[in-house]
Design a protein. Structure first.
Length: 247
């Protein structure tokens, strides 16, 4: 089971403690003090738990991760990523956290830049991106890299293809496409980025680069875009105004 986001999990724990303390003591000040204490304690605990789970010490087949990287190169071209693309996944080893990189120049001197990205990676559990020397570095937690590597294969003509088996896969692939678009550094409004990522997902499916299980096709409308309600509403409104074949 993947632990909840630290802020969400801490808020839930604090709310539960607040209700419990107030029920037994009837004191508002004691309830608030207990909630603050639980919230502050729970955040680092949940963050450590998520780090342990998401950066799992798990074996990822080299051949599979290479196919995933090839698939990302194709997607990068489709969404207009200029320059190179590098795939990195962070994995927990007995000696510490290790970064495994495929493609692109080694980060080396920029390794310190991984620290805030690592924090963001663990906090949200989604792929993140950094732009260095005309290269987009796409970072994954090892658990996510392993999951996607198990979904890729090649067609009979050698083209890489990724299979979307459930709603979780659809959300992960959508967020990967979105972060690749964001890596271009154009600083688009969130709604426009979500719109572009949704369109790219659908085009990749139509072009055979994504395989979506038949039972999931009818549910995609409920999943995409994987954004907050106010963003989803605006994107869906725009998509509804277009014809299926519009550019």
């Amino acid at each position: 089971m993947e632990p909840p986001r630290p802020d969400v999990g801490s808020a839930v724990a604090a709310a539960a403690v607040t209700a419990l303390v107030y029920f037994f003591s009837g004191s508002v000040s004691a309830s608030i003090a207990a909630a603050i204490m639980v919230f502050m304690i729970a955040i680092p605990v949940l963050l450590a738990w998520r780090t342990y789970r998401l950066l799992a010490n798990i074996e990822i087949e080299a051949k599979r991760i290479e196919v995933l990287y090839e698939w990302m190169l194709v997607v990068g071209k489709r969404v207009g990523v200029n320059g190179g693309i590098a795939l990195l996944y962070l994995i927990r080893r007995p000696t510490g956290i290790q970064a495994v990189q495929i493609g692109g120049a080694p980060l080396r001197a920029e390794a310190a830049a991984l620290v805030p990205l690592l924090y963001k990676l663990v906090w949200f559990g989604d792929p993140v991106a950094a732009r260095r020397d005309n290269t987009s570095y796409i970072l994954f937690p090892s658990l996510l890299a392993h999951r996607l590597s198990m979904r890729v294969s090649r067609t009979t003509n050698g083209k890489p293809v990724l299979e979307v088996r459930d709603e979780g896969d659809a959300r992960i692939v959508y967020k990967l496409i979105r972060v690749m678009i964001e890596s271009k550094g154009q600083r688009l409004p969130r709604t426009l980025t979500a719109y572009a990522a949704t369109k790219a997902f659908l085009r990749l499916f139509m072009d055979g680069l994504l395989r979506v299980k038949a039972s999931l096709l009818e549910e995609l409308d409920k999943v995409l875009p994987a954004e907050p309600p106010w963003v989803r509403w605006r994107v869906k409104k725009q998509l509804a105004a277009e014809t299926p074949l519009s550019a």
